[in-house]
Structure formats: C-alpha cells, structure tokens
Design a protein around this ligand. Structure first.
Ligand code: 4AD
Ligand code: MG
Length: 429
C-alpha cells in the first residue's frame, strides 16, 4: 500500500512505499540524497550502498528534477531535528522521466514563471500559498455554515450589471447578449428574502484594463447578505469574520506562513474591534498627506495606504459620497449625499479587501438610481420585486479571496494567490 509523506510520524520503523516526484538530488561519497515530494510534503530519502539495491543506485543516477518515482524504504526519525523524518531507501524505481525541466532552483524572472505557472506551482513557496488559500476558503465556509447561513450560489451568466457598466465582460447566450457576473450580490438580496442569512462564493469577472498588484480579471469573492441587518450590523459581521479567518489561518498554517517569511506578529493583533471612520474623517487624513486628493473622490491605492498605515488593525471606512458608489447603496436619510456603504481596508498597505453596505430598500428611490446610472429598468424587474413584495432593510458585503490571501501571506502581488491567474495582458496557461 502507498503511504503519504504527511503521515510519516505514525510510521516510524515501518517499511513503506512512497510515490512522487524528485525535488532535488545530491551525493556525498557513498551516500546519495533524494528529496522526494508527493504533494503532501517533502522528505529526504537516503540511499546507502549495501542498504539499498544496486538497481536503486543505478536508478538514482538517472534522476532529474521532477522525474516521477516510487520508493520503498523504512521511516526513521531525523537524528537531529524534532518532527522531521527521513526514508532509508531499499528500492527506487523511475516511473517516468522529466527532461529539461524549465524551472530550476535558481532565480527566474516573473514573466518566465507566469508563462510556466502550471509548473511553477510545484515549488515550495507556491505550495505554501495554495495551502493558505485553501485554509482561508475552508475558514470562510465554516464561519458562515457555523452561524446558520445557507449557501445560495449566484449565476455566472447575468443579464444586468451590478458594479457599473464600464468593466463588464459581454458574452453571447445563444442569441441573447449576456455578461459574466461582476458580483453575486443582487441575487443574494433575493435569496436573503427567502432564507434570511445567505452567502455565495464563486468566481467574478471585471474587464479592468489595469496592471496593478491587486487587480485580477477573474477573482473569487464570498458575499454574505443578511435580512434586517443595517450597516452597523454589517460591520460587526465583517469584523468577526475577518478576525476568524486570520486567527484560524495563523493557528492551522503556521508552517506555511513561516515558509513565506510572514511576520506573524502583524497577524496576531488582527482581532476586533476594528477602527471605524466616516468617509469625511478618512478624506481629511488623506488630504493632509496628499494635497492632490479632492474630498468627495474615491480613494486611490496610495490614499488607502495613508489611512490604513495609521492602524495595526484593518479599518472600516463608511458613508462614502453617494455619487461614487453603486446604484443599490442606501443613502443615509440623516446625511443626504452619503451612502451607507462600508469598506474594510487591510493593514500594511494591502488596501480594500471588503466592499459592502446597506442596500436601498425603497422601490421609488431605487428606480431613480437606476435611471441616474443609465441602467435598463427592464433588466431589474426581478430585483425590484424584492422590494415590491415585503421590502426589508438588508446589508451584506463581498470579500475578495485573492487580496485576502495576498494580505495574510504578505505577498507583494495577487498573481501568486490563485492557481491560474487571469490578469490584464495574461490569459495563458
Ligand atoms: O467592492 P466591490 O466591487 O463590491 C462588490 O462587488 C459588492 N457587490 C459586494 C457585496 O456587497 N456583495 O468588490 C468586493 C471585493 C473588493 O473589496 C476586493 O477585495 C475584491 O472584491 N475585488 C477584487 N479583487 C481582485 N481583483 C479585482 N479586480 C477586484 N475587484 C474587487
Ligand atoms: Mg469596492
């Protein structure tokens, strides 16, 4: 039977078979070392003349990076290090060769690595990132599932825009014109009327012609929506949520975060309450350091950094000017001109990871907004029905997975946070 590297601690002293790929090899005199990886970990396999077969030594000479192999040997504790194991090899068999593997342990340029993304993911640093991504996604699901939310996924083909028409991907749906979803939010508002507390989790698409360290063309978003929550309840939920996923990742993926050389002390303090700023307060802060900034405008990445650098916890900014926000945002009746939207800016200059807020529940106001934003009223009839039949205050938010992974891992760019990134100017492999 085949064993996995992740289970070696329970197999000390046993003879086992491992299957995997060659990560590295080296020889020193009579001892030959093979670093084997099988997807669950990497383990040194040691070949010693007399202990292994002659055929194993012959096979060793043929090994190149990423050759697939089968090893039979006994599991030993590392003589010096705790929780580190090694294999004393008896037999070694080449399963399939790997000639001229393009990615060597030396440094490669980003373009080259992106072109070879399907192979780049076989390296240690990428393993760590993808495992952290996986942990964040399971934490997200556990958080909502454990609080009585129902997963009600939204469609990808949509007849109407959610986040403005400027970055819509148009496609054909047989003879009709359709778009790829920018956000599942509008559908979550409808399912919240059915099930109260809901969320969707799926890919979203934005045709943004920007090459920045935090923009992807295709990214994953989790979007909870809660009936009868106002903007303040929404911030409470977002705060508990972000604390949960950061603390859980820190606890379960310490090893991976160490591989990534993440400063863990920066994550340990990510616990509520998070500071909350009115747009006007944040805008004043920005104006002091960036005189070019016009109060009333949306924040650029450097502006967000000015605000977030003042805190060691993520910071909410709420009550953005209505004019710069989407059509569905509720205008604060006590503060005309300001929307009950709330974004969460991550620490260390990572910028906005959450966008959300309270939705307009008045059908009359919504109709005005649809006109102002030059959207087609016909496409929104189903959405207006959510108001026609028992309208209710409700709020929700969207958290971008890749920006969150970049932040938690401490990565300089979102391109490494998703197995196969879609970026402006890159759609291969
Ligand atoms: O702020 P956004 O556009 O909000 C919405 O789409 C709302 N409809 C969500 C809701 O209320 N249900 O996007 C939400 C988050 C951002 O804060 C960011 O984390 C991420 O999605 N995001 C992107 N991530 C990577 N690349 C892009 N181009 C992104 N655009 C948004
Ligand atoms: Mg936003």
């Amino acid at each position: 039977m085949r064993s996995y590297i992740s289970d070696l601690k329970d197999k000390v002293g046993q003879k086992i078979t491992l299957k995997g790929w060659v990560y590295q090899t080296r020889s020193s005199g009579k001892v030959k070392f093979l670093e084997l990886r099988d997807g669950t970990g990497i383990v040194p396999c040691i070949l010693f003349k007399g202990e292994c077969t002659d055929a194993a030594l012959e096979s060793f000479e043929k090994l190149t990076q990423e050759t697939s192999v089968q090893v039979l040997g006994s599991v030993r504790k590392h003589p010096k290090h705790e929780n580190v194991y090694e294999i004393g090899v008896e037999t070694l068999e080449v399963l399939a060769p790997s000639e001229n593997y393009p990615i060597s342990p030396k440094d490669h340029g980003t373009d080259f690595l992106m072109e070879n993304r399907h192979l780049w993911i076989r390296s240690k640093r990428q393993h760590a990132i993808l495992r952290v991504r996986h942990e964040i996604i399971s934490a997200i699901r556990d958080f909502f599932d454990g609080r009585g939310f129902t997963l009600t996924d939204a469609p990808i083909f949509t007849p109407s825009a959610c986040e403005g028409t400027s970055n819509l991907f148009e496609t054909k749906y047989f003879d009709e014109k359709m778009y790829l979803s920018q956000s599942g939010q509008l559908y979550m508002e409808a399912t919240a009327a059915a099930l109260g507390k809901v969320y969707c989790f799926g890919p979203t698409f934005r045709a943004e012609k920007s090459k920045t360290r935090r923009h992807l063309i295709e990214f994953w978003m989790v979007e909870p929506e809660v009936a009868f929550n106002d903007m303040y309840d929404n911030m409470d939920l977002a705060e508990q949520f972000v604390e949960y996923i950061v603390q859980r990742t820190l606890k379960n993926r310490t090893e991976e975060l160490k591989v990534l050389e993440r400063d863990l002390s920066k994550l340990e303090v990510i616990k509520g309450p998070f500071p909350r700023l009115h747009y006007k307060e944040a805008a004043e802060m920005i104006k002091k350091e960036n005189p070019e900034f016009n109060i009333g405008d949306d924040f650029g990445a450097p502006d967000e950094t000015i605000v977030s650098s003042k805190y060691d916890k993520p910071v909410f900014v709420h009550h953005y000017p209505q004019a710069i926000k989407a059509f569905y945002m509720k205008e604060d009746p006590n503060e005309p001109g300001y929307a009950m939207g709330c974004d969460l800016l991550a620490t260390e200059g990572y910028g906005e990871i959450i966008g959300g807020g309270q939705r307009e529940e008045s059908i009359a106001k919504l109709l005005e907004k649809i006109k102002e934003h030059k959207l087609n009223e016909k496409d929104f009839q189903w959405y207006l029905d959510v108001r026609r039949f028992g309208s209710f205050p409700h709020s929700g938010f969207g958290l971008g997975i890749e920006r969150t992974v970049a932040w938690i891992c401490g990565l300089p760019h979102v391109r490494e946070t998703i197995p196969f990134p879609r970026l402006y100017g890159r759609s291969y492999p």
